[in-house]
Design a protein. Structure first.
Length: 275
């Protein structure tokens, strides 16, 4: 009887520590050696660690990536894979580029006059975000609301973590993003209201996440990150405030079309998920 009670307590405890992600799959980094986990990189930014000996589930995830299935994936507190179910087969709706974005336009961010003004922008960024909200949704609303409020044209800084860094530190994300502003005669400042108490320069911001202390090279294209996974621990891609997710960078690189406006459906989704 005691063994049965202990078993149910154990199962209950594990369920409390478990969490679920609802997402499509962005990419899969297959382990070469069985003692290393496969990395299932979700579009929402999380990394799921799948045992290197689990060939059946790896095959299933590859099919889901190909089909663009929407999945509910259960993991433990370290993001180790526990289970999955398909919520929708056949892919998500494709986000189309708005008509006004079809003509190339250069993006000139607003020049903020000084750090005092920068801190004022930082303090205005709402903090009533949901605890488990995603960075790209928070960043999108922060940038959008300041644009609506003052007309400020900010940037987004996407920080991409390489598989060498993820494996070395069992890191749970493959990217992070926050708004940035250009300050007159000074370096850009990052406004990450979730993880910092003030605006920071780019290097100090990345050090909050890069445990090795190595710098993140600034690159222009997603392929500069994707094709150099063992060279660095991270890469930075600065883009305009209109970019929502990494797939926007990919679309720009493939089509050559710059995103030049906010998309209403993305704003609505970002509000719903983040706040």
């Amino acid at each position: 009887m005691k063994k049965i009670i202990f078993f149910f307590i154990l199962i209950f405890s594990q369920s409390l520590l478990a969490k679920k992600f609802t997402s499509t799959i962005h990419a899969i980094e297959e382990a070469i050696h069985h003692e290393k986990p496969h990395l299932i990189m979700l579009d929402r930014g999380d990394v799921v660690f799948l045992s290197g000996i689990n060939k059946d589930w790896l095959s299933s995830f590859k099919d889901s990536l190909l089909n663009e299935d929407l999945l509910e994936i259960e993991v433990d507190k370290k993001n180790n894979f526990l289970g999955v179910k398909t919520l929708r087969s056949g892919g998500q709706e494709k986000n189309t580029i708005p008509a006004e974005a079809q003509v190339w336009q250069s993006y000139e961010p607003t020049l903020v006059p000084d750090y005092v003004t920068t801190q004022g922008i930082f303090k205005r960024m709402r903090r009533n975000y949901q605890n488990y909200s995603q960075c790209y949704n928070r960043a999108h609303i922060w940038a959008y609301e300041e644009f609506q409020r003052t007309g400020l044209k900010s940037k987004k800084y996407f920080m991409f973590f390489t598989k060498s860094f993820i494996r070395k530190y069992n890191y749970k994300w493959w990217f992070h993003v926050a708004p940035g502003v250009s300050v007159l005669d000074k370096e850009d400042r990052i406004l990450d209201r979730r993880f910092t108490r003030s605006h920071l320069n780019v290097d100090d911001w990345t050090k909050k996440f890069i445990y090795s202390g190595r710098k993140c090279p600034v690159v222009e294209k997603y392929s500069d990150y994707r094709d150099h996974q063992e060279t660095e621990h991270c890469y930075l891609i600065p883009v305009s405030m209109f970019f929502w997710q990494p797939k926007d960078i990919l679309r720009r690189d493939i089509t050559g079309v710059e995103k030049t406006s906010f998309v209403n459906s993305e704003i609505k989704h970002a509000y719903w998920e983040a706040f």
